[in-house]
Ligand binder design. Structure first.
Ligand SMILES: [Cu+2]
Length: 174
């Protein structure tokens, strides 16, 4: 710390000021992308889950609503004791499509309803009967897995509007 000339001081000062500006700019960039992800965690809750008693022996559909009071998350897979595999499906314009994942919006909800999104219990080890409960575990990108005991309802059960409830016959083509 023995710089003596004013010229030298000015240069050093200028360089320091520039460094400070760059450091601040870099800091802003970091906190900008970090805070959106880490400031708030997803807060997920499953409600209204049900499985209509399946008409087919080897697969059943499942419906529920996923509420999120926090940051966005992603439903990445589902598993169940009674099924060899559980797949995620969407229905658009009456056509069923297998999905790899579903986005769970921040401070919103993701609905699985008859005629729309649903999970499929495939390779059933036992056929669910009305009055029983089926364990369904949902796996997420950020949140811990959530296991729900899903009640089995009559085959025609539909708490929402009646849409194309018979559409699951097309699952035979999976
Ligand atoms: Cu399906």
């Amino acid at each position: 710390m023995n710089h003596r000339t004013t010229k030298h001081r000015a240069l050093t000062g200028g360089a320091l000021a520039l460094t400070a500006v760059l450091a601040l700019a870099g800091c802003d960039d970091d906190s900008g992308s970090d805070s959106a992800d880490t400031a708030k965690k997803p807060a997920l809750k499953v409600s209204g889950a049900y499985v209509p008693e399946p008409t087919m022996a080897d697969m059943a559909a499942g419906f529920f609503t996923l509420k999120n009071d926090g940051a966005a998350d992603k439903l990445t897979s589902a598993t169940s004791d009674i099924a060899g595999s559980v797949t995620l499906h969407s229905t658009k314009g009456g056509t069923m499509k297998e999905e790899k994942s579903f986005d769970v919006p921040a401070n919103g909800e993701l609905a699985f309803v008859s005629g729309g999104n649903h999970v499929m219990f495939e390779k059933l080890k036992q056929k669910p009967k009305k009055g029983e409960k089926v364990a369904l575990t949902l796996h997420f990108q950020k949140s811990d897995p959530i296991t729900v005991e899903v009640p089995v309802k009559e085959a025609t059960y539909n708490p929402g509007q009646h849409d194309s409830n018979a559409s699951h016959t097309s699952h035979k083509s999976h």
